[in-house]
Design a binder for this molecule. Structure first.
Ligand code: UP5
Ligand code: MG
Length: 196
């Protein structure tokens, strides 16, 4: 029989909604590899000799979405290099350009199972990111000025992508404006049936 295509779960939600934290919990309990588009971009930005370093730096600080050729290239390379069969793709696709570019390059070679949507208020998310910045995250975008821009981008560009997948009944929503044990309980309900 034909080789199984890699299975992808997109993890979307506002800045600070808990995407990275929840992905870590899933990786600890299920057979998934976590790929954060933001982490891959931050890594690329610090890679000596990267031709995209300056652009990425600029975009992240302004909360703008990096062109899909760059992000999807990093994701594709990470998926291939890993050789794993189950991936959490965290923080992507964030706009129509991301979605179009992904579908063009990846739709044939992977299966997108669903979108895990972490739903959290802007107030709570902002406070979490500011706290993280105050604790020395080192992220250039954990400040009020960048956060306002990140939220604008999220509302205007990313919410329509979540709506797009919701229209295809592909969204699993989790209220992430709660304690981690409460959130992880819901995560368990979604992921346990996948593997048993
Ligand atoms: N925390 C988490 N959950 C909590 C809970 N339930 N209760 C209390 N505290 C909780 O969490 C954020 C903070 O909150 C942490 O301190 C955590 O301990 C605490 P985290 O899990 O890190 O949330 P996450 O949603 O991952 O927040 P993050 O800031 O990473 O989200 P963003 O979407 O803003 O960041 P990302 O790295 O994805 O993108 C950054 C930038 O990169 C974008 O703005 C954009 O410029 C660029 N980008 C692209 O251009 N294209 C892409 O495809 C991806 C990114
Ligand atoms: Mg994150």
């Amino acid at each position: 029989s034909a080789a199984q295509k890699p299975q992808i779960v997109f993890v979307l939600g506002a800045p600070g909604s808990g995407k990275g934290t929840v992905c870590k919990n899933i990786v600890d309990n299920y057979k998934f590899v976590h790929l954060s588009a933001g982490d891959l971009l931050r890594e690329e930005q610090n890679t000596e000799g990267s031709e995209h370093g300056d652009l990425i730096k600029e975009y992240i600080k302004l909360g703008k979405i990096v062109p899909v050729e760059i992000t999807c290239g990093l994701l594709k390379r990470a998926i291939e290099k890993s050789g794993s069969s189950h991936f959490l793709v965290d923080g992507f696709p964030r706009n129509q350009n991301n979605l179009d570019g992904w579908e063009k390059v990846m739709s044939e070679c992977v299966d997108v199972k669903f979108v895990l949507f972490l739903d959290c208020t802007e107030e709570v998310c902002t406070q979490r990111c500011l706290n993280r910045g105050a604790q020395g995250s080192g992220r250039t975008d954990d400040n009020l000025d960048s956060l306002k821009k990140r939220f604008n981008t999220y509302s205007n560009e990313t919410m329509p992508i979540i709506k797009h997948y919701d229209g295809k009944s592909m969204v699993r929503r989790v209220d992430s404006d709660r304690t981690l044990p409460e959130i992880f309980e819901d995560i368990k309900k979604i992921f346990t049936p996948l593997v048993s």
